[in-house]
Design a protein around this ligand. Structure first.
Ligand code: NAD
Length: 456
């Protein structure tokens, strides 16, 4: 089934909201900076500007003999904590600014979860659904070739993201290895197939990290009246690498999966979906829509349906100014990157709906990518139990830190210490979990920047 990625990509438009990805990143950074004492304008600029942007345009001969030019990017946002680390995304509407914003998210994520990487991201503007496997392989190989020595096992390490997967990572590795013979190149990319040096648990890591983060947050009384995942009604938007795993793991943890969706729309069943049947149907038909014993719903309805936990696991900017007032969940867990817009952040905070932010909730992916990288460097192979245990520890620790900081910030606000963060409407806004997570990440980054000193 061939359809376009671009169709149905955002929910009924996002009103008048400015969704320029660089403005959104800057706004979020400014919000966090207002909670940090003595952060100079110069340091804010340093944290804003990407360290390096590489844009490549390259030709690919398509299956029908025609030649098409593709545009790809690779951005390192910051490498104070270590080499660049970030996925590669294939999407028809991908822009350089999107990649810059996503790279900065990786910087905060790596700092927050304490893996020794800086933030990076990359991708090619293309619609994978309109390409043959051969065409996609040619695009991937040519993109990696064009990036040349801008990537490497100790300079910038790649991984999967939207519309790229294990197979793509295998092509990335093979291309880089052919260009750099005679050395161990496995650590140049993570999320590889197991027999190519991939790690046990990596495919599930982002979803598993979401599960661990949610469990911990609920155990800390993060959502009044919702002490645990067992029995919770859960909705997942997106049924790809992350969404399908998240749905399965939450169901295994006792949740009732009432709705899931993909780019074609959603399905629901109040009594719980049979996820095996959903996966088989998706495999056969290319979409979840149409499975028997389910009711079809639009992605917009799915986002606003009543439930305990809503897990966006697809594209950015899904929960926005136009639908945040109608969100029917008690908790949002951002498995996707940047699924909630700034206006929605403010609306949800005022409505008392916590959002476990992307840099925390989906950090399990980069965490196990780090484990894969270490195993590749050491030529080791860790057991799944060890990996999941290490992941659990990191996720729980990060949640504890963010929640503690969140509560401190709320306390400060209650005491009305000063008039910082005045928000878009000019009134003082309650700090949310995103601000708290960013504050923890930025503090860590600033500490190391200070220790290293500004060169020269
Ligand atoms: P994927 O390509 O495997 O899956 C994307 C899914 O989203 C597909 O099921 C697709 O049909 C669906 N989708 C696309 N447009 C949609 C729409 N308008 N409404 C509903 N569903 C739609 O990608 P993925 O790797 O699962 O990534 C999903 C999200 O998770 C992205 O935001 C990505 O940045 C983020 N993420 C991924 C990883 C990872 O390890 N893969 C790690 C961290 C964060």
């Amino acid at each position: 089934m061939v359809d376009s990625q671009a169709s149905n990509d955002s929910p009924e438009g996002c009103g008048m909201e400015d969704l320029d990805p660089l403005q959104v990143s800057r706004w979020r950074l400014q919000r966090a900076a207002s909670c940090l004492d003595g952060l100079s304008d110069g340091m804010i600029d340093f944290l804003t500007a990407p360290k390096r942007i590489v844009t490549v345009n390259f030709p690919v001969q398509m299956g029908d003999g025609t030649v098409r030019i593709f545009e790809g990017h690779r951005v390192i946002h910051n490498r104070v904590l270590g080499p660049g680390k970030g996925g590669i995304r294939f999407h028809s509407e991908l822009t350089r600014d999107d990649v810059c914003a996503l790279a900065s998210l990786m910087t905060w994520k790596c700092a927050l979860i304490e893996v020794p990487f800086g933030g990076a991201k990359g991708g090619v503007a293309c619609d994978t659904k309109a390409l043959t496997t051969d065409e996609l392989r040619h695009i991937t190989r040519r993109y990696i070739t064009e990036l040349g020595d801008n990537i490497g096992p100790h300079t910038d390490i790649l991984a999967p993201d939207l519309y790229s997967d294990q197979q793509t990572m295998a092509w990335v590795y093979d291309t880089y290895d052919v260009m750099h013979p005679g050395r161990n190149n496995r650590p140049v990319v993570t999320g590889k197939p197991l027999d190519l040096g991939g790690s046990l648990g990596r495919r599930e890591a982002t979803g598993r990290g979401c599960l661990y983060a949610t469990e911990r947050f609920l155990a800390q009384a993060g959502v009044p009246g919702l002490p645990e995942i067992r029995g919770a009604k859960v909705i997942v938007q997106g049924f790809g690498n992350v969404g399908s795993v998240v749905a399965r793991l939450f169901q295994q943890a006792g949740a009732v999966l009432v709705a899931v969706s993909d780019s074609q729309g959603g399905i629901c069943n109040e009594n719980g979906l049979d996820l095996e049947a959903v996966a088989t149907f998706k495999e056969e038909h290319g979409t979840v829509v149409g499975l028997q014993d389910t009711r079809s719903i639009t992605n917009e309805d799915l986002l606003t349906a009543a439930c305990d936990i809503l897990i966006p696991a697809a594209l950015g900017d899904q929960i926005c100014e136009t639908n945040a007032e109608r969100v029917g969940a008690k908790l949002i867990v951002e498995a996707a990157n940047s699924p909630t817009t700034p206006a929605a952040d403010l609306i949800l905070a005022r409505r008392g709906i916590p959002v476990l932010p992307d840099i925390l909730a989906n950090a399990g992916g980069v965490t196990v990518s780090y484990f894969e990288w270490v195993q590749n460097i050491e030529n080791e192979h860790w057991e799944l139990e060890e990996i999941n245990q290490k992941l659990l520890k990191k996720m729980h620790h990060a949640v504890d830190e963010v929640v503690a900081r969140w509560r401190e910030l709320l306390k400060e606000l209650m005491e009305n210490v000063d008039g910082r963060d005045t928000g878009a409407a000019g009134v003082q806004e309650p700090a949310d979990l995103r601000v708290a997570a960013l504050v923890v990440a930025i503090e860590r980054l600033l500490q190391v920047t200070d220790e290293r000193g500004i060169w020269p």
